[in-house]
Design a protein around this ligand. Sequence first.
Ligand code: URP
Ligand code: ZN
Ligand code: ZN
Length: 479
Amino acid sequence: MNVLIKGGTVINAERSVRADVLCKGGVIADIGEGLKAPRGSTVVDAGGQYVMPGGIDPHTHMQLPFMGTIASDDFYSGTAAGLAGGTTMIIDFVIPNPQQNIMDAYRQWREWAEKSVADYSFHVAITWWDETVHADMETLVREHGVNSFKHFMAYKGAIMADDEILVNSFTRALELGAIVTVHAENGELVYQLQQKLYEQGLTGPEAHPLSRPPEVEAEAANRAIRIAEVLRVPLYVVHNSCRQSLEAITRARNEGQRVFGEVLVGHLLIDDSVYRHKDFDVAAAHVMSPPFREKEHQAALWRGLQSGNLQTTATDHCCFFADQKAAGKDDFRLIPNGTAGIENRMELLWHHGVGTGRLTMNEFVRVTSTNAAQIFNIYPRKGSISVGADADIVVWDPAATKTISVKTHHQNVDYNIFEGMTVTGGASHTISQGNIVYADGKLDVERGAGRYVDRPVFAPYYDALKIQAERARPVSVQR
Ligand code: URP
Ligand code: ZN
Ligand code: ZN
């Protein structure tokens, strides 16, 4: 299908320009004023609208087996919901069980993702360590286009990575030219605080944030940053939820360290009062880690985004129905952790970011797609409206208004944590690989149309880092 997007204003991270955009063969073929539609093209009237790179959500968990159940949005429904909200690519996570062969887990996730309707890629979690993991990391990098490895510093007794795993994996990632990422929470502290709260009779969702205070996150963020500093490997800290972890990132960046920070749209907008809701289902629906925080943290996170110390926005989309959350009815430690958001990220960020003057439109593009594409090395194929880039585009109507609701969302879950929020600005058309997949409120998607996206390593830059790391090694004592 050829698609000509006519009469809009193209917004990239670096500039805005009035131009038509021609999509041909799945890529952007031409950009300019007064473009003529080739015979048989579909024309999208973008008058009064903005033409932007489709969103990239760098942190999702579709159909994740987690805490005794499976996340309810699978790769089909979850990527479709993303397209309805203007997100055209996800980076999900392969999460092997401890001792599970990493390549087996990778193949399993690739198979699950075959039903995706939008493009996708995978970070791979390192949840244990031995020589096979060391070898498999190389196979993933060299043969499967994986350039990022994830480490959960929480979830003790399950997928938690201790310092030994962190040091081994960070060292290996640098050798291979890959970036490392962390879920920063001190898993031991969380575990012990959970036990204590439960023994004190605090068994409901209100105990969840008490078991994971900001200091628990800050300690882990700081530890990961310092380990990465010693080993000289670039680090990306996922879902920063509090002022203290932002401060750790800001400090490191000011010292010249290559550290990146992600913020979830939920952490920007929702506070911890949700855990004290009298209805268990409502409170449990918000149980995720790190938890929603007191309001002062939201203000800090917005400042982090505005200042550029946080570079990406994500959702950590990982949803569970109320009957799945009910597993923790009598014990908050058993409530499956995770919330949905892929469908609403772009419109919420536009409304609360661009609509309030916190972000320019160019900055909006930067934090919803371009920075993720650059950090994970798929730019300018993704995250850019430029000739030759994938035709993953959102046509954005700044005047569209809607009230977010579980009754109208496409996410496969019976609750929406943004329920009742009214937003101005939203996707009128989403184009994926040059095809119109969402228009006038309707999805038109094809199961399996999404492609796996290879992400190459950062070779020349890493060569310099490796030389530095070598020079920094302690000199052996001469006899
Ligand atoms: O609560 C969350 N965030 N669930 C998904 C797994 C993770 O920690 O990212
Ligand atoms: Zn996490
Ligand atoms: Zn996550």
